[in-house]
Design a protein around this ligand. Structure first.
Ligand code: AMP
Ligand code: ZN
Length: 492
């Protein structure tokens, strides 16, 4: 089947037919985390959106080189001094080396994404591993007149860039004059020719521990430059897809375009993709406002926002029910509804995978049209909620087939099984085992409770109740065994 994938390109504001630079291959870069603290659930949503996009591209037959970086230096809260370096700040707070902070939160990040069944990228570069390349690109920008040195730091000259007709503001659709007029004066601004100029290289103060030698003295790289260097090093000066959260459009991605055009002579990215934000109870999730939840707090139930714990696959299902470009709000109600939907889907998958049929002739179920609709949803800018709606049409068929209300041919049943498994597990990345594991824990809890009640009954010489508990479990395939260490159970 020849597919025509359409992607909403933030640069043009339109859905465009996706034509990769190299046939059947896709180069994709996604801005990774700044590893100075635990990722919150909002961060997870963005990475999961791109995981779904990566899985879909692979499902459609593309060979994908997927680069997602680790920002382990240089992401300042501001353009200012050492006090604004997130790693240095956090290392003081936790009394750890900055590189211990980096290690701690990189490990946490990987662990969290694994819990949610995100596939690892094919390359995961770190900013500190690419200092040399960042110095080299800064030197080139200086040589070509796109940057200037000021007091040991190097800044990108936005006005000069625009003088050459290169259009700073094209992604965020901001007018440079307005930008200049609206910018407040910030610390360190005195070094810049214009407030919109951004740091390519920052001078390190004597107190700054994360520092590298450069032609301009000891310093550290600018955040925007890190992504330019790491994306183009592995994907080429121009590549297919660049993703990140909506909030990175400006200034981060705008600056990446400027650095690419000035440094490499071409616009770096053909399709800019921006994932929308996760909100909780109507407010954007963010560490700074306190309106956030850590993934493990939702999974364990150790939080004040939700009435019960939710399995990672349920959370993933909840996220997949929203299109990546829509705002998604999580609330107790939304999670409970997602859990219901997820459980029904998993129940149907179990029935479907155990279903057999002897009917040879085709039936009324429109499998071919259904398959077409599922593909169309994926091809239309990765529309996961529409795909899920179609999957629930198939869920209805599965229950009808089970109840004998519908019939299906062997070939069609096999096709349905193959497609449903692919969409649910490979493309949406849901995991059935988690439900099973979750249910096993619950079953264990219930059985322990019954064992305790039986012990109590025996202590009270209530033999009738004690026997009733044991005997009632037997037909369910559960055998209680009394030993010298207490009672255990065997499930047949
Ligand atoms: P950071 O580590 O701060 O650079 O953020 C990592 C990623 O999470 C970025 O792509 C952000 O755009 C994204 N992000 C931050 N807050 C949210 C949110 N509330 N919902 C979705 N994505 C977010
Ligand atoms: Zn980036």
């Amino acid at each position: 089947m020849k597919h025509q994938l359409k992607i909403f390109n933030s640069l043009t504001g339109e859905k465009e037919v996706f034509v990769p630079l190299h046939e059947n291959n896709v180069g994709m870069y996604v801005c990774g985390p700044t590893v100075y603290s635990n990722v919150h659930l909002g961060n997870v949503r963005t990475f999961m959106s791109f995981d779904f996009i990566y899985r879909t591209l692979k499902f459609l037959g593309y060979k994908v080189r997927y680069v997602r970086n680790i920002t382990d230096a240089g992401h300042l809260t501001d353009d200012g001094d050492v006090n604004n370096d997130r790693f240095v700040k956090q290392s003081r707070l936790e009394k750890l080396e900055p590189m211990e902070i980096v290690q701690k939160y990189t490990v946490d990040f990987h662990k969290v994404l694994e819990i949610f069944n995100l596939l690892p990228p094919t390359i995961e570069p770190t900013a500190t591993g690419h200092i040399l390349e960042q110095i080299q690109l800064t030197e080139k920008l200086l040589k070509d007149g796109f940057a200037y040195e000021s007091n040991g730091s190097v800044y990108f000259d936005v006005l000069e860039y625009n003088k050459r007709g290169l259009n700073y503001g094209e992604l965020s659709r901001r007018n440079i004059e307005e930008l200049f007029a609206n910018t407040r004066d910030l610390d360190g601004q005195g070094e810049k020719r214009n407030p919109q100029d951004f740091a390519l290289w920052k001078k390190a103060s004597p107190a700054h521990i994360m520092r590298w030698a450069s032609p301009w003295g000891d310093g550290f790289p600018g955040w925007h430059l890190e992504c330019t260097v790491m994306s183009t090093k592995y994907l080429g000066n121009q590549f297919d897809i660049h993703g990140g959260g909506m909030d990175l459009k400006f200034p981060h991605h705008e600056c990446e375009i400027a650095q690419g055009k000035a440094g490499h002579g071409e616009s770096p990215v053909r399709y800019w993709m921006h994932a929308n934000m996760l909100t909780m109870n109507g407010q954007r999730m963010s560490k700074s406002t306190g309106n956030y939840i850590l993934p493990m707090q939702l999974i364990t139930g150790n939080n004040t926002f939700f009435e019960k714990p939710f399995a990672p696959a349920v959370i993933r299902f909840c996220f997949m029910q929203a299109h990546y470009r829509s705002v998604l709000d999580i609330s107790n109600e939304a999670m409970l509804a997602a859990e219901k939907g997820f459980n029904r889907l998993m129940e149907a998958m179990k029935i479907l995978n155990e279903l057999t049929t002897e009917v040879i002739h085709p039936t009324a179920l429109p499998i071919t049209e259904w398959k077409q609709k599922c593909y169309e949803a994926l091809l239309d800018d990765f529309n996961s909620p529409i795909l899920i709606a179609h999957l629930f049409e198939a869920v209805k068929w599965v229950f009808q087939l089970k109840n004998g209300e519908e019939k299906i041919s062997v070939e069609e049943l096999n096709e349905l099984k193959m497609l449903m498994n692919a969409f649910v597990f490979d493309v949406l990345g849901l995991q059935a085992e988690q439900l099973a594991a979750d249910n096993n824990d619950k079953l264990d809890g219930v059985l322990q409770l019954l064992i305790d009640m039986r012990m109590e009954a025996r202590a009270n010489k209530d033999w009738a109740l004690s026997d009733k508990i044991r005997d009632a479990l037997l037909p369910l395939g559960i055998q209680l065994k009394d030993g010298k260490d207490g009672t255990s159970y065997i499930i047949n």
